[in-house]
Ligand binder design. Structure first.
Ligand code: ADP
Length: 246
């Protein structure tokens, strides 16, 4: 396992307030990582920095074996470099079928979409079947995405991101609004996806994080407060104070 992403000494201020304060963070390839922390800890800003939405005032963000600096790259350049982001709210093409949604994502990783692509190449069609199976939507391929449940839409969007084959996938609170059964299935999807890539899951739901059964990073006031297994970090008195005690 080698390091895929390395953030060192990163700081970001908004109007003089340090949202990210000397943050250092590493993720290996492949790896599944949960990032937790109280509201305002800097979790969203952390993802904004990795995806190029927010430029740090200080520090370095290095990606891949060629040690490419992400600072100064545009959001689309970072996306093309292999970093995908799943926002909390699912954004799928509601009028298109599940198959068409996956085909669009597959056709043009990180570029303009072509709905017809999947009909043109067998390998494209097979890949769609594979991804649909990975995200538990094999029996929904012909359904318009707008008819899917909230959980199924989330899985479809994860599938669309997987179609683009990112090396690093950032996922924001995937279990929010899901039923317990959907949460369980989401765990399986993320655990499986993280066997061949790095996946960072930002999550509030501790039961969900427990099921992910991975290394956890606790953010607080823009820095790493603790890191390790969930049992390890939740025994840390500082973590209990700032996060679990609330
Ligand atoms: P989290 O996602 O962990 O709740 P955020 O990254 O959203 O935390 O926010 C970290 C801190 O930075 C918060 O105090 C928030 O109010 C502040 N912040 C985030 N974005 C901005 C912004 N664009 N302008 C001003 N303050 C911001």
């Amino acid at each position: 396992m080698s390091t895929l992403l390395e953030m060192s000494g990163v700081s970001v201020s908004f109007d003089g307030f340090k949202a990210i304060n000397n943050l250092s963070f590493q993720i290996a390839e492949p790896e599944l990582r949960a990032v937790i922390g109280p509201n305002g800890a800097g979790k969203t800003t952390f993802m904004d920095i990795v995806t190029g939405k927010t430029k740090p005032d200080e520090g370095s963000v290095i990606f891949g074996e060629k040690s490419v600096s992400l600072i100064g790259m545009s959001e689309s350049q970072i996306s093309r470099a292999g970093i995908g982001r799943k926002f909390q709210k699912p954004t799928v093409f509601e009028a298109q079928s599940v198959r068409e949604n996956l085909a669009m994502a597959l056709k043009n990783p990180r570029g303009p979409f072509d709905v017809l692509f999947y009909r043109k190449t067998k390998s494209g069609a097979e890949r769609i079947e594979d991804i649909a199976s990975q995200v538990g939507l094999s029996d929904q391929l012909t359904r318009p995405a707008g008819e899917l449940s909230h959980g199924q839409k989330q899985w479809l969007e994860i599938g669309m991101l997987l179609a683009q084959d990112p090396r690093l996938l950032l996922v924001d609170e995937p279990a929010a609004g899901m039923t317990p059964a959907e949460r369980e299935k989401t765990t399986d999807i993320l655990v499986e996806a993280a066997k061949t890539r790095s996946v960072v899951v930002v999550e509030h739901d501790m039961e969900f994080v427990r099921r992910l059964n991975c290394k956890v990073t606790v953010l607080n006031e823009g820095s790493v407060l603790a890191e390790g297994s969930l049992d390890h970090v939740t025994q840390n008195p500082e973590v209990i104070d700032v996060y679990l005690g609330r």
